[in-house]
Every structure is written in structure tokens, then in C-alpha cells.
Design a protein. Structure first.
Length: 534
């Protein structure tokens, strides 16, 4: 709401009042619409030291939710997974070249192919109809039928892929230390940034502003935008190489983990000290934030979910760390888990990738032995915006939504740390206010006037006259050159001089002087009547 008491004029007060009226109406409509959003986020509470397993959760949920818990055993791992933006489809790729996509709710298979090459990463594009796969010699894009529609040779030896949905940019990090930005609307690489820090196997994106975050072997975290050749932010987070990074939905919190087995959560707005620090039993190979702020950690063969990790113990202030506990599995087999973890899940094989499903309380896990889907209450947003994403969209809605997204595409030059989208530039407002203020106070605006030639005479510099003068000068130059050429030829030609005693050939020449005879004469009436003298 705007305060109208300090407005200088009645015009500005009226405009501010109209704006306040629209704000109040929007608040009323939002409150009315919230009545229909009766779905609340799931959650479970437990006693200190109590552990909740998937069996305990399955015993309390309905049949529809129980079907979302499944395991798929596959060979040729490890497997990388990714969910579509609407949370309806799941795609995976393995080291042996197995690539597939399916509707994980109905278990309907879209396609399944084998590219006979090692696949490092997989990513859905703006819709589930296109999937990008990182192969050794290129990056291929497949449709929902498994047909290869594009093959980008420039993106070779790619390790990680990220897609910016509002900019239609496919970001790839390569083994040679380069970051590539591919514009999916035109199919060309708009930026290629060298990092000069070696192999790029750790990367994520900031969903709030589209900034790419990379982790390096020297313990640094860098932030990149396509319009700058160097990193815009560089943080020294760990004393060893990073293994995984993750950024939450709001873009405020950044989680990092390195080979020193320390998990640190940072505030991106102030990167001097971490908000919390946790000692893990094994360094995390993959991390991911959910829509409601839960942090999933895949470390070794254990998946742990932390609730509000930035409110944990602060290592820099109190020097406290959360120590893991030993959990008995079988004779001689134990595993270490966190005491304050929100949820724990034991995977048989080492965990390679963890991903939260949008709009569903499900966590996808890719391991060396296949993929798993586990239930994680309270991870997803219960009420979705159909104008943003619709899990129940049909084909016609998907086509219309694709056109609207292309029309609303944000140029990659607008990617910055301080997002310019949806904000008001105070400089423009102040400039406009100064102009209106000068007009109201009677001060004339300084308008730059064109320079006038004071020596100009009336009617002598019109465009038509100037062009006529130019043509006349060109004609005179051409005639001068022609006359000069003719004079040179006449000087070379021998002239026939008529002798003075030569008798006239025509009778009329007797009456004509010698000077006039030099000119060429025509036959007159006298020459016709009197025959010529032989």
C-alpha cells in the first residue's frame, strides 16, 4: 500500500489511491481463492531419537499413496534420474546407455532405448516431449517416442545438465572446464564460458534468478551468468574438493558438501559464515531441495532428509556438530545415520542421484542397482498453479502452454544476481518525476535543437537545386573530356588545303568569297540552272 499523504499534487494522490484500491481487491480475491485450496501439506512428527521407516509410512497411508512407493531393479548403473516440471513423468539414464521415460503414476512406458554409450546425465526440457541426454561425443535430444531429433556435437564430454525453463536455456558443464549455454528456441550456443578450474562435475541452478552455481576441486563455489566471461561471485566454502551443491527454491540458501564430510548451509545474501554445519559419515554424492525446503542427502548407500537444515547447529558460533549414530542392520553390519534427520532410507547400493518430485510427496533415488521412489511427507507444494504447471494437462493445454512460454521467454541477457524481472527501477521513476515537476513549475524543458547554417540564402540550397547543380557539373566534366579527345584526333589527321588558283567546281562559287568557300556548301538554284564547267 502506498502512502498518499506526502504526494505533491492531486493527480499523484488519485493515481496512488487507484493503485491501493487494486491492491485491496487483489488481496480479497486471493483470500477467496484460498478457500478452495483445502489441501494442506503432509507432515509427520516423531519423538526424539525415533526413526521412521518406509514400512511405517506405508502402513498409515491410503492405497493410492502406497502405489507411489516402488523399486525398479536395473543393470548397468549408476543411474541418473530427473522429473518433469509438472511432476508427472520420470526419466533415467545409465552408464551402459539405457535411456527411458515413463509416467511414474500410471507406470505407462513412454520409450526405452539403448544408445550403446555411457550417459552421464539426463534432463527434461520445457515439456515432457523433449529430453536431453549427455553422451560422450555429443548431447542428444530425444522426443517422447525415443527418436533422436537433435544431436549437438559442440556439447561433448558433458558431465552435468541444467535447464532454465523461463529462458529456454540448456546449460551444460564439460570435462574440459567449460560451461555452455544452448538456446533451445534457435538451437545455437549463445555463450561458452571457460572456468579455468578443471573438471566440472558439480553444478546446480538458482531457480529464482537463473544463476548457475558450480563446485570445484579447490573448495570454491562460483556463480555464473551468460553475459559475463568470469564468475560474478566466488566463495571459498571448504578446504577440499566439493562433491555436491544444491540451492533452494527461493534462492536464499545454498547447501554444499565436500570430501571433508562436512555439510554447510549458506545464506547467499551473506556468504561470510555458514548458517549451519553438520558432520556426515560419508561425503554426499548428491543433494536436492524440495519445494517446501526439505534437503535430501545421498551419501554412500543412505538417503537422509533434513528439515530446515539452516536452523541446525552452527559450527562457527557454538562449535557444535551433529554426530551420527550406529544403527544395527545384521551381524557385523551397521550404518551411521544422523540423530536429527527428518527421514532415513537405506539403499542396497550406493546412491548416485536424488531428486524430489514436484507437487508430490515423493523422493526419487538413482542407485547403482536401479531407481527407487520413496515417500517423503511434506516435501511438495500441495496446491499447484494451473497457469504455471498442471500435472493433469492434456495435449491441447500443453500446446497452448508451450506457445505462451515462447512468447513470455526472458532473454538470457537479463540473468543477473539481482533479478530485474518483476522489479521497479527507481532511477526511471525519479527521472520521470523530475520532468513532470519541471513542467508543473513552469520550467521549460531543454530540448536539443539542430544546428542552423546562418549563411544560408533563400532558395539556393534546396535539395532539387543542389542535385541539378551536381548533374550540371558532371555533364560539363564529361563534355570537357570528349572535346579533349576529339581535339587530339583532329591534330593527328592531315588537313587538305585548297590551292588559291584552283578553279571553282560550281558556278555559284564565283559569287562567293574565298573565306566562305572553306565551309561546306549545298547546291543552290543557280547551280541547278547553269551546268558545271568541265
Amino acid at each position: 500500500m502506498m502512502d498518499t499523504s506526502h504526494m505533491p499534487t492531486r493527480f499523484h494522490r488519485k493515481r496512488a489511491e487507484r493503485f491501493n484500491k487494486k491492491v485491496r481487491q487483489a488481496q480479497q480475491h486471493t483470500a477467496r481463492a484460498a478457500i478452495f485450496g483445502t489441501v494442506t501439506a503432509g507432515e509427520f512428527s516423531k519423538e526424539p531419537g525415533e526413526r521412521v521407516t518406509q514400512k511405517d509410512i506405508l502402513a498409515e497411508v491410503d492405497i493410492g499413496s502406497a502405489t507411489k512407493r516402488f523399486d525398479i531393479s536395473l543393470r548397468g548403473g549408476p543411474y541418473a534420474i530427473d522429473y518433469s516440471k509438472n511432476g508427472r513423468f520420470l526419466a533415467y539414464c545409465g552408464k551402459s546407455g539405457n535411456v527411458a521415460g515413463f509416467d511414474w503414476l500410471t507406470k505407462n512406458l513412454l520409450f526405452e532405448i539403448n544408445v550403446a554409450q555411457e550417459c552421464k546425465d539426463i534432463r527434461f526440457l520445457h515439456q515432457e516431449t523433449f529430453i536431453a541426454v549427455a553422451e560422450p561425443n555429443s548431447t542428444s535430444i530425444y522426443d517422447n517416442q525415443g527418436i533422436e531429433v537433435h544431436c549437438i556435437k559442440q556439447l561433448h564430454q558433458i558431465l552435468r545438465l541444467e535447464f532454465l525453463p523461463y529462458h529456454f536455456l540448456l546449460v551444460a558443464s564439460a570435462a574440459n572446464g567449460f560451461i555452455y549455454y544452448l538456446d533451445c528456441t534457435v538451437g545455437s550456443v549463445v555463450a561458452s564460458l571457460p572456468t579455468f578450474m578443471g573438471r566440472l562435475g558439480v553444478m546446480c541452478q538458482n531457480p529464482s534468478n537463473g544463476v548457475i552455481i558450480t563446485g570445484h576441486n579447490n573448495g570454491c563455489v562460483c556463480m555464473w551468468i551468460p553475459s559475463e566471461k568470469c564468475s560474478v561471485v566466488k566463495m571459498f566454502t571448504h578446504q577440499s574438493g566439493l562433491t555436491s551443491v544444491a540451492c533452494d527454491r527461493t534462492g536464499r540458501y545454498l547447501a554444499t558438501c565436500a570430501l571433508d564430510r562436512k555439510l554447510k548451509v549458506w545464506d547467499v545474501r551473506s556468504t561470510y559464515d555458514p548458517l549451519s554445519e553438520v558432520n556426515l559419515p560419508v561425503s554426499a554424492s548428491s543433494m536436492d531441495y524440495s519445494q517446501r525446503g526439505l534437503l535430501a542427502i545421498g551419501a554412500g548407500n543412505t538417503v537422509q532428509v533434513l528439515k530446515d537444515p539452516h536452523f541446525g547447529s552452527i559450527g562457527s558460533a557454538s562449535s557444535r556438530t551433529v554426530l551420527p549414530e550406529q544403527e544395527f542392520i545384521a551381524d557385523g553390519v551397521t550404518r551411521r545415520v544422523l540423530t536429527n534427520a527428518y527421514l532415513n532410507h537405506y539403499a542396497v547400493r550406493p546412491v548416485h542421484r536424488v531428486r524430489f518430485c514436484p507437487y508430490e510427496d515423493v523422493l526419487g533415488v538413482g542407485t547403482n542397482a536401479g531407481i527407487s521412489s520413496i515417500l517423503c511427507p511434506g516435501s511438495a507444494e500441495p496446491n499447484y498453479d494451473a497457469l504455471e504447471e498442471n500435472p493433469f494437462a492434456n495435449r491441447r493445454y500443453r500446446q497452448e502452454r508451450e506457445i505462451k512460454r515462447l512468447l513470455d521467454k526472458i532473454p538470457y541477457t537479463m540473468i543477473s544476481l539481482e533479478s530485474l524481472v518483476g522489479k521497479v527501477r527507481r532511477e526511471d521513476i525519479m527521472e520521470e518525476w523530475e520532468k513532470k515537476k519541471s513542467m508543473l513549475l513552469g520550467e521549460p524543458l531543454k530540448i536539443p535543437m539542430p544546428e542552423v547554417n546562418k549563411n544560408k540564402r533563400k532558395g539556393r540550397s534546396k535539395p532539387g537545386r543542389v542535385e541539378a547543380k551536381k548533374q550540371h557539373i558532371r555533364l560539363e566534366r564529361k563534355m570537357f573530356s570528349i572535346k579533349a579527345a576529339l581535339g587530339a584526333t583532329e591534330r593527328k589527321r592531315p588537313q587538305k588545303q585548297q590551292s588559291e588558283h584552283e578553279e571553282p567546281s560550281k558556278p555559284s562559287e564565283i559569287l562567293v568569297s574565298r573565306k566562305k568557300l572553306a565551309k561546306k556548301r549545298i547546291r543552290s538554284a543557280l547551280d541547278v540552272l547553269i551546268p558545271p564547267v568541265d
